[in-house]
Design a protein around this ligand. Structure first.
Ligand SMILES: [Zn+2]
Ligand SMILES: [Zn+2]
Length: 226
């Protein structure tokens, strides 16, 4: 079966699978785009957004597999880029600064070389508590310096970025996993966020990598077993 370009997974929330059915994901919350895959995701992202009006673009965090097509989309759509205040500098410097936001190893160097997109100027620095189309910005640093998640309490929808993945990113096997340490700045701090976010008991969790999860118990069980 062909993977659809976008899929409405909650009121006004669209899942945009950019690689396979959910290996690399972006999301729309109303008219705001969250994450933008790798550099090569641009044509698919553009096709997915063809029938959508976009007002702004933001990121869960500035890693090469999330900001790859950010410059492309902001430039072609003439929309502003918003990132967390601790990631502004990295977004504006691009791949040359990304080693400040993830461990520096052969894999992350290859990702920066082949996946990362150009730098782009940031128009708005986000902080905890900011409201983006009904979603609250939660500061969830650890995996990256200024990693953020997005939470809509009214129907308990959580966009969790890379605090957790719902697949093994090496084998693509589905299931909850902590992000790999080779991609994570501070695994202990990230784990604190896993506990905190699981306590929210989201009815729907949306990941940077892996399929949407409609099982709050699974998050609690996973967190408890850490
Ligand atoms: Zn990441
Ligand atoms: Zn990622």
């Amino acid at each position: 079966m062909k993977t659809p370009l976008t899929l409405e997974v909650a009121r006004g929330v669209h899942h945009i699978p950019l690689l396979g059915s959910a290996s690399i994901n972006a999301y729309l919350i109303g008219d705001i785009l969250i994450d933008a895959g790798i550099r090569a995701s641009a044509p698919r992202l553009e096709a997915a957004l063809r029938s959508h009006k976009i007002r702004a673009h933001t990121l869960t965090h500035v890693h090469a597999d999330h900001q790859g097509s950010s410059h492309f989309i902001c430039a072609t759509r003439a929309i502003p880029m918003w990132v967390h205040t601790n990631e502004v500098e990295i977004m504006e410097m691009g791949a040359v600064a990304m080693h400040h936001n993830s461990p520096n190893n052969v894999i992350t160097r290859l990702q920066r070389q082949f996946w990362a997109g150009p730098a782009h100027q940031v128009s708005r620095a986000l902080r905890a508590g900011d409201d983006l189309n009904g979603f609250e910005v939660l500061e969830t640093p650890g995996h990256a310096r200024g990693h953020i998640s997005f939470w809509r309490e009214s129907d308990r929808v959580l966009i969790i970025g890379d605090v957790l993945t719902n697949m093994n990113v090496v084998t693509t096997q589905p299931g909850l996993n902590e992000p790999l340490r080779i991609f994570t700045l501070d695994a202990a701090r990230n784990r604190e966020n896993i506990h905190r976010l699981a306590q929210l008991e989201p009815r729907l969790t949306l990941f940077g990598h892996g399929k949407p999860l409609r099982d709050p118990e699974a998050l609690l069980r996973f967190a408890a077993a850490l």
